[in-house]
Design a protein around this ligand. Sequence first.
Ligand SMILES: Cc1cc2nc3c(=O)[nH]c(=O)nc-3n(C[C@H](O)[C@H](O)[C@H](O)COP(=O)(O)OP(=O)(O)OC[C@H]3O[C@@H](n4cnc5c(N)ncnc54)[C@H](O)[C@@H]3O)c2cc1C
Length: 371
Amino acid sequence: MSLDFALPTEVAELRAEAREVAATAVADLPVKEDSWMVGTSREFSLELAERGWIGMTWPREWGGHGRSPLERFVVVEALVSAGAPMATSWFADRQIGPTLLQFGTDEQRRRWLPEIVQGRSAWCIGMSEPDAGSDVASIRTRALECRDGSGQWRITGTKVWTSGAAEADWCYLVARTDPDAPPHAGLSEFVVDMRSAGIEVNRITDATGNEHFCEVHFDDVAVPADNLVGRPNGSFSQVMRQMEHERGGIDRLVSNRALYADAIANLGDPTPLVRQEVARLESGYLLGRQMVMREVMGQAPRGWSAITKTYCTEFEQRVAEFCVAHAGPEAMLWNRLSRGICYAPAYTIMGGTTQILRNVIAERYLGLPRD
Ligand SMILES: Cc1cc2nc3c(=O)[nH]c(=O)nc-3n(C[C@H](O)[C@H](O)[C@H](O)COP(=O)(O)OP(=O)(O)OC[C@H]3O[C@@H](n4cnc5c(N)ncnc54)[C@H](O)[C@@H]3O)c2cc1C
């Protein structure tokens, strides 16, 4: 029996439309890589919203568009592959919205989902801390419940590598609410208004000169009781679910697809060895896409995203190496190519490092012993 990979006509048309929108959006952009992370644009966020491309699969009753995961997949693949500047809406679209849908109250969904779908709010994710990156259980940022009967919380601590914090309206923050519980059992999740008194945001410049991530200090920041999402002290399992949204998507495969497309266009008359490398990358791309597609179609086992993210982000690093290796001396200039290779280590760090994910794969999938 043969497999038919052709898209249904209406989905193929949607993909063509998304490719056109992306091509227009990137026409004047000097850098097209990693656009879901560094391509900030309130204007483009509004355009995505107008086309119904934020919250595409969310239920209509919560402001979403009730479309299929396949439709969302082709739109996101087209936009990120081309480098469309979608960072402003992406974190909320990819993981905050789904988290609120799964763990939020009706009131919280009514409050935050429509503004996300309308492209009017930007979110950042406050998980990592100076001494708690891979190990979420080590989070020290404290949330104390006020004893004045208001139910309000006061949050104090420091988050780091918080992408988009300087432009964000809201921070989805994980904080310790029970210091006496075992480390992974005393954490809760809050939506924090980034305009609150007591928040200081300092930009961090990365190796490419970009300033998308930040260090964020919270000094006794007041957060209303209604902003606690999900179970008090139940964040650990919620975070694990959120990470599945973060790790298993097509954005993890195509961050530098635009760089690759330009490198291929400039290859000239490649030797058989180079052609073999291209063949390996092309088949590698199809493999990664199939892994993502399993997630998209709901056919992946729970936790599969650890495998998808590990494979896809290592693939992105191979792409960066290929582009630089075949550019010749041009790669020594400070340009997209050198930027691409400087940024590449980030792929296997953000959203869970490859080492951590290999541990997860070894223990949960392969059943290997811990020591
Ligand atoms: C581009 C980018 C954007 C990011 N955006 C955000 C964001 O928006 N919000 C946010 O909260 N965080 C963000 N992060 C932070 C990211 O989640 C962390 O960097 C990541 O989880 C690793 O944590 P760490 O840097 O503290 O490294 P550590 O956890 O200190 O790890 C250091 C090294 O030790 C290895 N290691 C650690 N523990 C083990 C173990 N048990 N077994 C084997 N090896 C181990 C790691 O693999 C790594 O190589 C971002 C990071 C990057 C690069």
